[in-house]
Ligand binder design. Structure first.
Ligand code: HEM
Length: 133
């Protein structure tokens, strides 16, 4: 068993806190909006991405060990249930992950942190799949 060092910085701190997280999430949705390779997942979202920007930012704040902004507002995220209205397969999962990898690189997160986050995002995104292909 591995005991976590209670003094180790959280991923939220490693990212650079609330401001940097917002920058990353904004870049993620800007890329989703702009890049043709993400048109598939863009089309699942409403015309305005404002809501998704705020909610993803609040969610990732708590998920990364920072303030639990999403849970304070909405309670348990029930993320898989909330994504059931959207058909998510391998292609949608991979578009989401690629878009996030790109955003993290654009805002200048260090490579070791990006790798660590990608590993964690993969688990969450893969768990969100709700159709076979
Ligand atoms: C796997 C592919 C994914 C697709 C196609 C997808 C798509 C969507 C869509 C269409 C919405 C609704 C946006 C709106 O109503 O404005 C949404 C909401 C959301 N997504 Fe995803 N998503 C994916 C993965 C993820 C992952 C991996 C995370 C977190 C790590 C995440 C976090 C959220 C959050 C926090 C919301 C807001 C939920 C709420 O309504 O309270 N999503 N997503």
């Amino acid at each position: 068993m591995q005991i976590e060092d209670p003094n180790a910085p959280t991923v939220f701190e490693l990212i650079g806190g609330a401001e940097k997280l917002r920058e990353m999430v904004d870049r993620f949705y800007d890329l989703m909006d702009l890049e043709p390779e993400f048109a598939g997942i863009r089309a699942l979202h409403p015309a305005s991405l404002d809501n998704a920007r705020d909610k993803t930012c609040w969610f990732l704040s708590g998920w990364s060990g920072g303030p639990n902004l999403y849970i304070e507002r909405f309670g348990h995220p029930r993320l898989r249930a909330r994504h059931l209205p959207f058909p998510i397969g391998i292609s949608e999962r991979d578009q989401w992950l690629r878009c996030m990898a790109w955003a993290m690189e654009d805002v200048g997160l260090p490579e070791d942190l990006r790798k660590r986050l990608m590993h964690a995002f993969f688990q969450t995104a893969d768990w969100m799949r709700n159709k076979p292909e």
